[in-house]
Design a protein around this ligand. Structure first.
Ligand code: COA
Length: 333
């Protein structure tokens, strides 16, 4: 084998994109029986970005990717691998990753694929890319999470639509010859027995689109919010501890935890159980709401661009989502 195995895989660049249109809680209260007070008190969300009509996951992914590639000091042609994580692909096939590859103008026949692990998608994507890169065959990988959840929620259902937003976040991972840096470890998992807790039932092979599926609203996201909440706190705490244990790093050494931005009360409960003070937790759900798999890379990009992360510090990602799926990653920046 001609390839050289790297000593580590590092986050070399980050980028994000949020659509221009902002919809506040007060805006939603104009057409739904809800209020800013209710939404903010239960979730920590004040507003969300909503993609324009015709603006697809690949369009948002393109903008986030170009920013990440530029911040890495590379060009699209330097990418050896593209993974897109999304529950809102442009279409069922081809993959959004292939559509993105074309938009980026990458013509060198690299592997491009979508990975679907709902809100845990970014953590899954980074782990898959890092493991592939450890073969030595891929020096630079683009992992981009892009979600247009606004297209999948019922805007007449106050119990779900207020929680979500659109956006994209990307990282460029690069092979490095420096040891003990970058992606130190990840734990991933799933429990498919609870798959009805959070799902979008129709539009796939089980229930192809028909007049009936549309009339019954089966093309919209469905969720049992209370159950999701309960599982999220327990699992995110357990997985954060597991990855810290795996990497032999204590919670007190973590400089910044970047959790999936679903709900501030979930995050506060997790942080409390981990004894991580909220000053060391990055939050942006107030402005972005839950952007599914894009939430961690959007937050990571903001944290880096606002100097919340210094070189050599430990950053902890922890996510939870439909499936159920979960994952936690420890990174030494
Ligand atoms: N505005 C006003 N009232 C609302 C509302 C809204 N946007 N959404 C729901 N309600 C009402 C409900 O209809 C219910 O009314 P009822 O008692 O008359 O039936 C009441 O508020 C309480 O609802 P409940 O479901 O008990 O609220 P909650 O405290 O569990 O909060 C969530 C609801 C959705 C905010 C909360 O369960 C949650 O955040 N869950 C996790 C969801 C999540 O993060 N999912 C993504 C994971 S990746």
């Amino acid at each position: 084998m001609k390839s050289t195995m790297p000593k580590s895989v590092v986050i070399r660049g980050t980028g994000s994109y949020l659509p221009e249109k902002v919809v506040s809680n007060d805006d939603i209260a104009k057409f739904l029986d809800t209020s800013d007070e209710w939404i903010y008190a239960r979730t920590g969300i004040k507003r969300r970005h909503i993609a324009a009509e015709g603006e697809a996951a690949s369009d948002m992914a393109l903008k986030a990717s170009l920013r990440a590639i530029e911040s890495a000091g590379l060009t699209p042609a330097d990418m050896d691998l593209v993974i897109v994580t999304t529950v809102t692909p442009d279409m069922l096939f081809p993959s959004t990753a292939c559509i993105l590859q074309a938009k980026l103008g990458i013509r060198n026949n690299i592997p491009c694929f979508d990975l679907e692990a709902a809100c845990s998608g970014f953590v899954y994507g980074v782990e898959v890319a890092a493991r592939m890169m450890q073969s030595g065959l891929y020096r630079n990988a683009l992992v981009v999470s892009s979600e247009k959840i606004s297209a999948m929620v019922d805007w007449n259902d106050r119990s779900t639509c207020v929680l979500f937003g659109d956006g994209a976040g990307a990282v460029v991972l690069s092979a490095s010859d420096e040891p003990n840096i970058g992606i130190l470890g990840s734990v991933l998992g799933a429990d498919g027995s609870d798959n009805a807790m959070l799902r979008l039932p129709a539009g796939g092979s089980l229930m192809p689109p028909t007049r009936q599926t549309v009339e019954k609203g089966l093309h919209f996201l469905q969720m049992d919010g209370k159950e999701v909440f309960k599982h999220a706190v327990q699992i995110m705490k357990d997985k954060a501890l597991e990855v810290l244990d795996l990497c032999e790093v204590s919670a007190s050494e973590v400089s910044l935890m970047i959790p999936h931005q679903a709900n501030v009360r979930i995050v506060e409960s997790v942080a409390k159980r981990l004894h991580i003070p909220m000053e060391k937790v990055f939050l942006n759900m107030e402005d972005c709401a839950n952007t599914s798999s894009a939430s961690i890379p959007i937050a990571l990009d903001s944290a880096i661009r606002s100097n919340r992360i210094s070189k050599g510090s430990y950053v902890l990602f922890v996510a939870f989502g439909a499936g159920l799926t979960w994952g936690a990653t420890l990174v030494k920046m």
